[in-house]
Design a protein around this ligand. Sequence first.
Ligand SMILES: C[S@@+](CC[C@H](N)C(=O)[O-])C[C@H]1O[C@@H](n2cnc3c(N)ncnc32)[C@H](O)[C@@H]1O
Length: 244
Amino acid sequence: MTRPSTLNPEDVARWRRDWDTMMRHYHPDRDDLLAAGLAAAEQIRGRQPERMLDVGGGPGTTAEAVLRRWPDAHVTVLDVDPALLALADVALPQVRAVRADISSAGWRASAGGPYDLVLALMTVHYLPEERVRDWYAEARRLLSPNALLLVSDAMPDAPTAARAHRSGSDPWTAWWTMLARDPAMASLLHERTAALSDLGCAEFVAPPDWHRETALAAGFTDATVVRRRAGHALMAFLAPPDDQ
Ligand SMILES: C[S@@+](CC[C@H](N)C(=O)[O-])C[C@H]1O[C@@H](n2cnc3c(N)ncnc32)[C@H](O)[C@@H]1O
């Protein structure tokens, strides 16, 4: 990716801090969930992952948290959104930023790998149910033997009403409105509009049991809930000892 030279690193740092504040609204206790997931990854593998992929990694705030814990890790952030990837790229030059769309199988070729750890935080709900099934199988193929996939999203046990549509003064809209106020973001936001024109958010929500059964059917050998909080969960899925 080309690093946008027009973005002020201090503005980018502030926007990324605000992003995490905004995401905490939608992803309760996300810092604890992530910390529990990374601790589980160390424990299950018996060592720190060396190569890590964050799918739908947005502006790279999760990648930054990973690098705080594992400073030597090789981290890739994959996302369809050029504006968010540009923020990741400015803030974290050591991270590989990859633009790809997980709504079709082609993303796997762009993702590289194999990885010791693949993360997807608040991302799979963008995909419809049938696509999430295929996505689990694709994510498994990116993993090295005995490596781990961590997925965190809304996973209530009981069906819930559809989420409120994001419009008006919700934190998501407010964050994007704030970003659009800076003229330096204009061309990236224009690019974003074009990149996302055919994409929506399926708002897919399923309980942990659905994710467990789907991941096992996709070839993972184990699926556990690492931590749950307020209708959200972080789950760990173990890849087989060799490629099956
Ligand atoms: C709610 S945000 C979460 C971002 C990040 N994982 C976090 O927790 O801060 C969802 C992310 O998924 C990305 N995304 C949505 N649909 C996508 C797709 N089809 N392909 C790749 N990324 C996608 C969005 O651009 C966004 O960065």
